[in-house]
Design a protein around this ligand. Structure first.
Ligand code: SRM
Ligand code: SF4
Length: 558
């Protein structure tokens, strides 16, 4: 077997894991280390956790000849990003008791807690479970949290579309009961037949798999960045079905030309729930059977599709589902935004979209956001919905309760923070990066707010303060804050240095491209000053910065 065809190490770990059990139980019992065994580190991802260490403290600990400061991050499974107020209260309490205390809203509509020590993982999962929350399959080579356009009332059939996120999540859940046995102390299964998994078998997928549902005209989910995207087709306020797009994915690796970002290709339309779910399921089986299991850098569906070709892929899909996909319907995406502040939905209920900078819910000297949300949750008058740009919607609030919620938000400065923040701050996001992300090359969420404070005066100077330019930053080229579909994307190359990408459009239908490499802050600010000046003088009416960058040929597309 040539090296190219050799299975990657993780493939063996998966197939030999006895349904994702491995030796996790033994790893947890080992009191000599805060870490778990190497093979188990791959397996706990399927249970929604990552082993990490505090990178801020690596040098200091190494100098003292101490082990790294290991801890764990846990990510919840929340299809469509929805929590009831009592579940937010539980999350708040768990965060305080077992993690760093910060609740991190992710770019895929869920929450993460960081800094759990090994002995706290089980109690954390058990307490979440008591609130009907789990972390199954939020990481690992499997279908992840399913996204759905999060704005309540964006259309009268929003709830109908939203229900698909749950259905898809259920359809694609692994059959193994390992999670319940290991973390919730449920009895071991005797009859292993119950665990037979026709979808994932014992090898799972070659790589992570991501699904999102967009409800036009808003592409707030960045539907084309997903392995599989559904775009709701709505005519006369009736859901007619979904356009299906396959093969999106953003990650690249610096210096590896074989890796690239790709937007999903629309391959057809399905009109019934049965057909839609069948098509989704079989897209996964094709990826399971044809995805690259040797090189994990080239294992996402986007590479499989480019290897076999879109036409072949569609034909194979139609063979597996037993019907032909209809032609895709025309859809129009015009925006990719969170609607901040108070809005009323089509059923007359109120919702308030809170700006949560980079998804970090915590109390600071400037803003007591975590306390405010806790107080809102205590009233039981609001649901909590997460957006795909790491913000939060307090939703489904009755007219009679609106003032109560408003008063709490006002008291803790949340209204002022949300409404007084600049358009660019509201349209920006950054990934977690340092200190927890092991792959980070540069800062992101800890740095972006400061950088934006330096970009804001430039925008003001050129009369662009109201311009909602989409700006995103990631600490490495994996693209966790989807910087490759931003109008201005910063991608970390090393500490304090970023590639600058330009040319994404406002609605997420065009990838950006590298414009300048490895710039430091003074160079970034100087560059933006020049570009934004030109934009302010020469832009046509309604022209966005991304479109202007393309028209000016600052970057070019083949
Ligand atoms: Fe991500 C790996 C954080 C959305 C592409 N991502 C990681 C890890 C787990 C690092 C690791 O492998 O050890 C990061 C954990 C940091 C930490 O300390 O919390 C991490 N990714 C995140 C989150 C939390 C960023 C955020 O600030 O919101 C997002 C969690 C989403 C969720 O709730 O599931 C997150 N990651 C994304 C996205 C955006 C999206 O999906 O819409 C992408 C780009 C889209 C895509 O998948 O192509 C993304 N993350 C990656 C990749 C590259 C995958 C690839 O195709 O090669 C990695 C690295 C990997 O998997 O090997 C990665
Ligand atoms: Fe970590 Fe890179 Fe993802 Fe940022 S983009 S969270 S640095 S993997």
């Amino acid at each position: 077997m040539s090296k190219k065809d050799q299975l990657s190490a993780i493939e063996k770990i998966k197939t030999e894991s006895l349904g994702l059990r491995g030796s996790i139980v033994e790893s947890l019992q080992d009191e000599l280390t805060g870490a778990i065994r190497e093979d188990d580190q791959a397996l706990i991802k399927f249970h929604g956790m990552y082993q990490q260490d505090d990178r801020d403290r690596r040098e200091e600990r190494a100098a003292k000849k101490l082990d790294r400061l290991y801890s764990f991050m846990i990510r919840l499974r929340l299809p469509g990003g929805f929590l009831r107020s009592e579940q937010w209260l539980a999350t708040h309490q768990i965060a305080g008791q077992h993690s760093t205390g910060v609740i991190k809203i992710t770019s895929r509509q869920t929450v993460q807690l960081h800094g759990l020590i090994k002995s706290h993982i089980k109690p954390t999962i058990q307490t979440f479970n008591a609130s009907k929350l789990d972390s199954i399959a939020t990481c690992g080579d499997i279908n992840r949290n399913v996204l759905c356009s999060s704005h309540p009332g964006e259309s009268p059939i929003h709830a109908q579309v939203f229900a698909y996120a749950d259905k898809i999540s259920e359809l694609l859940m692994p059959k193994t009961k390992a999670y319940y046995e290991i973390w919730l102390d449920e009895e071991k299964l005797i009859d292993k037949k119950e665990e037979e998994d026709p979808l994932y078998q014992d090898r799972y997928l070659p790589r992570k798999f991501k699904i999102a549902i967009a409800i036009p005209p808003n592409n707030d989910v960045d539907v084309f960045a997903n392995d599989l995207g559904l775009i709701a087709v709505i005519e006369d306020n009736i859901l007619k079905g979904f356009n299906i797009a396959v093969g999106g994915g953003l990650s690249t690796t610096h210096g590896n030309p074989d890796t690239y970002a790709r937007l999903a290709t629309v391959i057809g339309f399905t009109d019934t729930e049965e057909k839609t779910l069948k098509a989704i399921y079989e897209v996964l089986t094709i990826q399971r059977d044809y995805g690259n299991r040797s090189d994990r850098k080239l294992a996402r569906l986007k590479y499989t599709i480019d290897k076999v070709g879109v036409a072949w892929f569609k034909k194979e899909l139609e063979k597996r589902i037993g019907f032909q996909l209809a032609d895709a319907k025309p859809i129009v995406l015009t925006q990719r935004v969170d609607h901040f502040g108070w809005k009323q939905n089509t059923a007359g209920k109120w919702f308030y979209t809170v700006l949560v900078e980079n998804g970090r819910v915590l109390d600071t000297d400037q803003l007591a956001l975590k306390t405010a949300l806790y107080e809102v949750a205590k009233t039981g008058k609001s649901n909590f919905r997460f957006t795909c740009t790491q913000n939060l919607i307090l939703s489904d609030i009755e007219e009679v309760d609106k003032q109560t919620v408003h008063d709490i938000l006002e008291k803790f400065g949340v209204i002022t923070h949300t409404e007084k923040s600049s358009a660019i701050r509201k349209n920006s996001m950054a990934c977690v990066s340092l200190p927890t992300c092991p792959l980070a090359l540069a800062e992101a969420q800890r740095y972006l707010p400061e950088l934006i404070s330096k970009i804001e005066p430039i925008l003001e100077k050129y009369g662009l303060s109201e311009d909602g330019i989409v700006l995103r930053m990631t600490g490495c080229p994996n693209g966790c804050a989807r910087s490759y579909v931003a109008e201005i994307g910063f991608v970390g190359t090393s500490m304090g240095k970023y590639n600058v990408h330009l040319g994404g459009d406002r609605q997420g239908e065009r990838l950006n491209k590298i414009y300048r490499e490895s710039l430091e802050e003074p160079e970034i600010l100087q560059l933006l000053d020049l570009l934004l000046k030109e934009y302010s003088i020469e832009k046509k009416i309604g022209e966005t910065f991304g479109d202007f960058s393309v028209r000016k040929e600052w970057i070019t597309y083949a």
